[in-house]
Design a protein around this ligand. Structure first.
Ligand code: ZN
Length: 259
């Protein structure tokens, strides 16, 4: 008894356009070149935003030291505004940086370097907030209320900024290379999750109405860093990072439905 085949709307990773039902996605060669060229500009954008974050921190330091005063706002609000601007630049910069690392990943040969490179945003967060926090706490010029509130806001910003700079789903150059070599065809991924599939009719995709298709590079750039373990078994692909989702209950339709 084969169930009704799940219909998916397929959306191109290149154009964002949906295919008509029944229409097959073009061969991977017809998909636009992998977005490797974008990594450098993303990194430049990240560094510019991080520098801007530090500039806002320096302005906040000058406010704490009494060397700078935007008279239209009380000191506390000046500090909060500068901390928020610092945080916004830091977060956007870190997202660009992480995106670049998923387009052109670093080698994992040196684990310390690999970790530092992937989580550089977290280190910038420390630089962007810790000196300010120390200066606020040791300031003798500010009143107690301003000091307390500014310090709390800066600590919260440090925590948010640090968490946003951490790469929860890192990928190495070696992993990316292995996946590219093992998987030649089109891959598919759902709107959420970290997994890509080599089969559109994979049972793990039954919950998804919309799928994106593209090359393995595009999947990894979209933060889908792992191959579905089902699809890996079905294609007998090894040596590629797969998910550990328990998919034992699923039997591919192609094996039980006579053609
Ligand atoms: Zn799958």
């Amino acid at each position: 008894m084969a169930g009704k085949k799940k219909e998916h709307t397929l959306v191109s990773a290149d154009t964002g356009q949906a295919l008509q039902s029944g229409q097959k996605p073009p061969k991977p060669q017809m998909v636009a070149a992998p977005p490797v060229g974008n990594a450098t500009s993303l990194r430049i954008g990240a560094v510019v935003l991080w520098v801007l974050a530090i500039v806002f921190e320096v302005l906040a330091l000058l406010v704490v030291l009494g060397k700078l005063n935007f008279k239209f706002l009380p000191t506390m609000w000046q500090l909060i505004l500068l901390i928020v601007l610092d945080l916004v630049c830091l977060i956007i910069g870190s997202q660009l940086w992480k995106k670049a690392n998923h387009i052109k990943p670093a080698s994992e040969k040196n684990p310390v370097k690999f970790w530092l490179w992937n989580n550089l945003g977290m280190i910038v967060a420390v630089v962007a907030f810790v000196p300010l926090i120390i200066l606020i706490l040791t300031s003798k010029d500010m009143d107690k209320k301003t000091k307390t509130i500014a310090a709390i806001v800066a600590v919260i910003a440090l925590l948010i900024g640090g968490a946003s700079g951490y790469d929860y789903n890192p990928v190495s150059q070696e992993q990316q290379q292995a996946a590219i070599e093992a998987i030649e065809g089109t891959v598919y991924w759902a709107p959420f999750g970290k997994v890509y599939h080599t089969h559109e009719d994979c049972g793990a995709l039954n919950q998804s109405d919309k799928l994106t298709y593209g090359t393995v590079e595009q999947a990894i750039a979209a933060n889908r860093t792992r191959l579905c373990s089902f699809c890996a078994k079905r294609d007998e692909i090894s040596g590629v990072v797969t998910d550990d989702v328990d998919v034992k209950d699923y039997i591919p339709e192609s094996t039980d439905a006579p053609q």
